[in-house]
Design a protein. Structure first.
Length: 341
C-alpha cells in the first residue's frame, strides 16, 4: 500500500499572520497523525514574508511534543549554512526525547535571498563550500563518535542515546541521488522543483546505493504539491491561489503571502503570466479524490516508490485540512486513535 506523508512550509495567507501560520502547522500535524499519514516534515526559509518556518529544529520539536506516533522531522535543514556537528546534536536531542520518531532531512538550497544568506554565513571562514564533506561529517556525528582518521577523531555528538535520527537528503537531480546513495541516506525527491525527473533520479539512487549501519536498505520518497477538493472544479478554483503566487514570486523575486482564489480570479494577467502559470501547473496535482489517488499511484509506480509526501497550499486553512482528509480517505489510510492528554 502506498504510504503518504506531509510536508508543511508554514505558508502565511493574505490577511493572516506568521504566528497563525505556525499554529496551523501544529494543528495540521495533529490531524495528519490522526488521519494515518506516515511522517510530518517542516521546512526552512529565511526572509520570506509568505513562509513562516525559519527554524525547523524548534518547530519540529514542538510538533513532536504534541503528537505521539507520527514521524517528525525537517524537510529540510539547509546544511551549507551550519556546522554539521551542531545540526547532529540538535537532532540527537530530538531523537533522545522522541526515540524512533525523528527524521533529519538535509537541503542544499539557499533558502532565502542574498542578504539573508550573507547573514546566515557571516560566521564562516572564506572557503569553498564542500557539501559532500558536510554530509559525511553529519553521517558520522549522528551516529555518535568521530572515528580514527577523522580530523576530529574521538569527538562525540551529544546526547548519548539508544537510537539516531533517520537521515534523508532532499534533491531534484541524479547528482543528489548519487550523494544520498553513496552515504546510505534516504532520498526525498523534490518533484515540486523538477516534475519530470523522479524516475531517473530513483534509478540512479537504487543502482548506486551503499548500505550503511544506519540504513541497510534504500529509502525513497517523492515530495509534491497537491490540491484536492470534492470536485475537480472546486480543486481548480482553490489552485488559483497557487497560480497568482507563482506570478508574484516571479515578479518580486520573493515569497509573499498566499492570495485568495477571489483575488487570483480577478488579477489582470499578462500573456507572459499565463505562460508562467501553465509551466507552474506542471508542478501541481489538482483534482477530485479519485483523480488525485490515480495520479499518486501512477507516480509511485513509475519510480518504484512506496511513499509520497504531499505539500498543500491554499488560502483557507479549512480547505487545506479538507484536501488532506479527502486524500487520506481516497487512498484508504488507516486512521489512528490518539490518546487524550
Amino acid at each position: 500500500m502506498l504510504k503518504l506523508s506531509v510536508l508543511d512550509q508554514s505558508p502565511v495567507s493574505e490577511g493572516s499572520s506568521a504566528a497563525e501560520a505556525l499554529r496551523q502547522t501544529v494543528a495540521l500535524a495533529k490531524e495528519a497523525e490522526r488521519l494515518g499519514y506516515t511522517r510530518f516534515w517542516v521546512a526552512e526559509h529565511h526572509g520570506a514574508s509568505g513562509l513562516a518556518g525559519s527554524s525547523p529544529e524548534i518547530l519540529a520539536a514542538h510538533v513532536a511534543a504534541v503528537t505521539s506516533s507520527i514521524r517528525v522531522g525537517a524537510g529540510g535543514v539547509l546544511l551549507p549554512h551550519y556546522s554539521p556537528y551542531k545540526v547532529a546534536e540538535n537532532f540527537r536531542v530530538l531523537e533522545a526525547l522522541h526515540p524512533g520518531r525523528i527524521d533529519l532531512g538535509i537541503g542544499r538550497s539557499a533558502g532565502g535571498g542574498a542578504l539573508a544568506v550573507r547573514a546566515l554565513r557571516e560566521h564562516r571562514r572564506e572557503e569553498p563550500d564542500d557539501f559532500a564533506r558536510q554530509l559525511d561529517d553529519l553521517a558520522v556525528y549522528t551516529q555518535g563518535m568521530a572515528p580514527g582518521g577523522h580530523r576530529f577523531a574521538g569527538l562525540e555528538a551529544s546526547p548519548d542515546a539508544d537510537s539516531a535520527p533517520q537521515l534523508w537528503l532532499l534533491g531534484a537531480s541524479p547528482g543528489s541521488a548519487r550523494l544520498a546513495a553513496e552515504r546510505g541516506m534516504g532520498l526525498a525527491y523534490a518533484r515540486f522543483i523538477a516534475p519530470h525527473g523522479e524516475a531517473e533520479a530513483m534509478a540512479e539512487y537504487q543502482a548506486r546505493y551503499l548500505p550503511s549501519s544506519a540504513a541497510p536498505r534504500p529509502a525513497v520518497l517523492v515530495a509534491l504539491f497537491a490540491v484536492c477538493a470534492e470536485t475537480a472544479e472546486e480543486a481548480e478554483r482553490l489552485a488559483l491561489s497557487s497560480d497568482l503566487a507563482a506570478v508574484l514570486l516571479a515578479r518580486d523575486h520573493a515569497s509573499s503571502p498566499t492570495p485568495s482564489p477571489e483575488r487570483a480570479a480577478s488579477y489582470p494577467y499578462t500573456p507572459f503570466d499565463r505562460q508562467l502559470i501553465r509551466e507552474n501547473r506542471e508542478h501541481l496535482l489538482i483534482g477530485s479524490p479519485p483523480e488525485i489517488r490515480e495520479r499518486l499511484e501512477a507516480i509511485g509506480s513509475a519510480c518504484s516508490c512506496e511513499e509520497i509526501m504531499i505539500a498543500t497550499v491554499t488560502h483557507s486553512f479549512e480547505d487545506k485540512l479538507r484536501s488532506y482528509r479527502l486524500i487520506a480517505e481516497a487512498c484508504r489510510l488507516q486512521s489512528r486513535s490518539i490518546p487524550q492528554s
